[in-house]
Design a protein around this ligand. Structure first.
Ligand code: IVH
Length: 623
């Protein structure tokens, strides 16, 4: 009845287990999930949704239309709760789906999670989504504001921050709730035949079930459900970003099983990004870490897709002309999940005839004359070493999550460090003492000692994160990862020739030249030397590290992928796998891109696992 069990020793499961160390953070013990927590595939249109349903019917030769359950997709954090002998035993975050963090103590403080039930069940795992109601989020942020503490960007971040507190008493004070959407009973002691029966059973046990779920006879009813909630999602006191559509019957779910990433028996329909109208109050000028000067729209605050938006990117000064906007105009703003809000168009020009916006000639931060850069639309402030805005932006970038990931060193603290002359370059951070932090106006909960410890603890990042932290122009997270895997140490990257860098698939002249340029700059070399002197050194990648993850696996690549076939072949070979040109029973995975052709048909005929690029990246731990 529970298809997941069959997969417990599948290659992808093993691959994932090896990767867990990188996913689990300090403070909580890792928890290995008994059964993997899969992701969901997404659909973005009703056509896509219909074809998901049609394909299932066809692939499984179903004679009647399979019943569906539609549920709101809650925008919170997935957790797994394990009960033993009817008592709550262990609760954990999803993590990478294989290993999460044991946050039992914090989950015990949440009222929506029963600590025991009267029904006798030896073992049950319940999964669901922890969320913070919008009203509680508003209240929490009001309190944070009155304490001068950092505000949470949206209810999801607030829920996440509250759940991952080292002191459960803080979690208890935050108003968290949970909707349960999955149950798995190990023994045959209770027979439950469908998802809707499971939901009723979970409700009987005392879990919160989202009352807005609906059983649908066919995909048209499911589409109707999606349309209904797309219009009304803002009336709810919790954030939802779509609908999850699941095949109701467990026997059928079991037959359909899972791909390497997600169940075939379920899909998520993502609501289209909301577009909201507001007023453009001002246009501010931002100076980035590389000196790029860009306009930023300051908006009359509006609530869009889970958070209040007050600023939107305008990209460059040409964009202002293209949109024909001016201060005071009514504009339409759009925000896709996690993406910076964007102005789509003007809907009404302001009555007051304000003169058109004029791009600045000098840097608003340091007054230096701005310069254009050949081939780029942006203007630049050339005062790289001394411009306060650039210094601040570089430090903010250095400590951010995808870089050195230094917790607690917020914008406000960075601003004070610069103002007091305590830090101007990333290397300066590592010579700061607890006494230095005592000189600052520190916000609650973040003591000087904590900041000192966090900085010291960040000294040995992965090579990929370290490269990303350097802020080399045109080198982002993905390229940093490619460079780290290729060169394996900072020294090797520093000494690399133009040819060696250019030879890497996906890296062209522009990136290669920028890397050489970076390492030949004396300011950058001084920074690297200083960092080394303070003990900041990235971890080197050992020759055989990770090299085994594809051992024994044969891949066939077909269709159009986002990068060349060589790129994928190299990764597979680097990790010990083989690449073959034709599909056979011995093929472990077919990596399929767009228009895959006959190899895909053959894979399906031979029941060979087909994965897409995202699934592949997940297996190879490429983020
Ligand atoms: S079912 C195997 N139902 O969506 C199917 N997931 O993108 C497991 N989510 O990690 C998921 N609301 O955190 C399911 N009603 C719902 C959900 C839901 C939110 C989240 C869940 C999961 C993510 C997948």
């Amino acid at each position: 009845m529970y298809p997941e069990y069959k997969l417990s020793d599948s290659p992808t499961q093993k691959v994932g287990t090896k990767l867990f160390e990188s996913q689990v953070s300090k403070g909580f013990l890792p928890h290995q999930h008994k059964v993997r927590l899969y992701s969901l595939d997404n659909t973005y249109s009703y056509e896509e949704l219909s074809s998901w349903y049609d394909k299932l019917q066809k692939n499984y030769s179903l004679s009647s239309l399979p019943e569906l359950v539609c549920e709101l997709k809650i925008d919170g954090l997935a957790i797994s709760l394990n009960y033993h002998n009817s008592k709550f035993a262990i609760g954990a975050t999803r993590g990478d789906g294989f290993v999460g963090e044991n946050i039992t103590k914090n989950l015990e403080t949440i009222k929506a999670i029963p600590d025991s039930f009267s029904e006798e069940i030896s073992d049950i795992e319940v999964r669901g989504e922890i969320f913070m109601p919008k009203s509680a989020f508003q209240k929490l942020n009001d309190e944070q504001a009155s304490k001068g503490a950092k505000l949470f960007a949206n209810p999801r971040n607030a829920a996440s921050g509250s759940l991952r507190q080292l002191d459960p008493e803080i979690t208890r004070k935050r108003e968290l709730s949970m909707f349960a959407y999955y149950g798995r009973i190990d023994s045959g002691e209770i027979s439950i035949k469908s998802h809707s029966e499971m939901l009723s059973f979970l409700k009987k046990l005392g879990f919160n079930i989202n009352p807005n779920f609906r059983i649908c006879k066919n995909i048209d009813e499911a589409i109707e459900y999606c349309k209904y909630w797309d219009k009304r999602r803002n009336d709810l006191d919790y954030a939802t970003d779509g609908v999850v559509i699941k095949i109701n019957d467990f026997a059928l779910q079991s037959e359909m099983g899972y791909t390497a990433r997600a169940p075939r028996w379920a899909t998520a329909f993502k609501f289209p990004p909301e577009e909201v109208s507001t007023i453009l109050k001002d246009i501010e000028i931002n100076v980035g870490r590389s000196g790029a000067v860009t306009p930023v729209a300051v908006l009359e605050p509006v609530y869009i897709s889970g958070s209040t938006v007050q600023r939107a990117t305008l990209h460059n000064f040409d964009e202002i002309k293209r949109l024909g906007i001016n201060i005071g105009d009514r504009v339409l703003v759009k925000k896709a999940a996690e993406i910076i809000p964007k102005i789509i168009c003007v809907t009404e020009h302001s009555d007051s005839k304000s003169s058109p916006f004029v791009p600045p000639l000098t840097c608003p931060s340091c007054g230096t004359k701005l310069v254009p850069v050949e081939g780029e639309v942006n203007l630049y402030c050339p005062n790289y070493l001394a411009c306060p805005s650039q210094i601040k932006a570089r430090l903010e970038y250095w400590v951010s999550k995808d870089c050195m990931d230094i917790d607690g060193l917020g914008d406000n603290i960075i601003a004070q460090l610069i103002e007091k002359g305590l830090a101007a370059t990333p290397a300066d951070l590592y010579k700061l003492t607890t006494d230095d932090f005592m000189k600052l106006d520190l916000i609650a909960e973040k003591s000087a000692d904590n900041l000192f410890t966090e900085i010291q603890a960040s000294k040995h990042p992965t090579l990929s994160k370290f490269i990303n932290s350097l802020g080399i122009r045109h080198v982002g997270k993905e390229t940093s990862d490619v460079l780290a895997r290729k060169f394996k140490s900072l020294n090797a990257l520093k000494n690399a020739t133009l040819e060696q860098i250019r030879d890497i698939d996906g890296i062209g002249d522009k990136i290669a030249l920028s890397i050489l340029d970076f390492f030949s700059n004396s300011f950058n070399n001084e920074l690297l030397n200083n960092l080394k002197q303070y003990g900041v050194e990235p971890q080197e990648i050992k020759e055989n590290q990770n090299s085994e993850i594809f051992k024994g696996l044969t891949f066939v690549i077909t269709g159009t992928l986002s990068k060349t076939r060589d790129y994928f072949e190299n990764i597979i070979k680097e990790y010990g796998g083989k690449v073959s040109s034709s599909v056979s029973k011995k093929t472990s995975f077919v990596l399929a891109g767009e228009n895959p052709g006959s190899k895909l048909d053959k894979a399906i005929a031979l029941s060979v696992k087909v994965i897409d690029e995202n699934e592949f990246n997940e297996m190879a731990n490429i983020k």
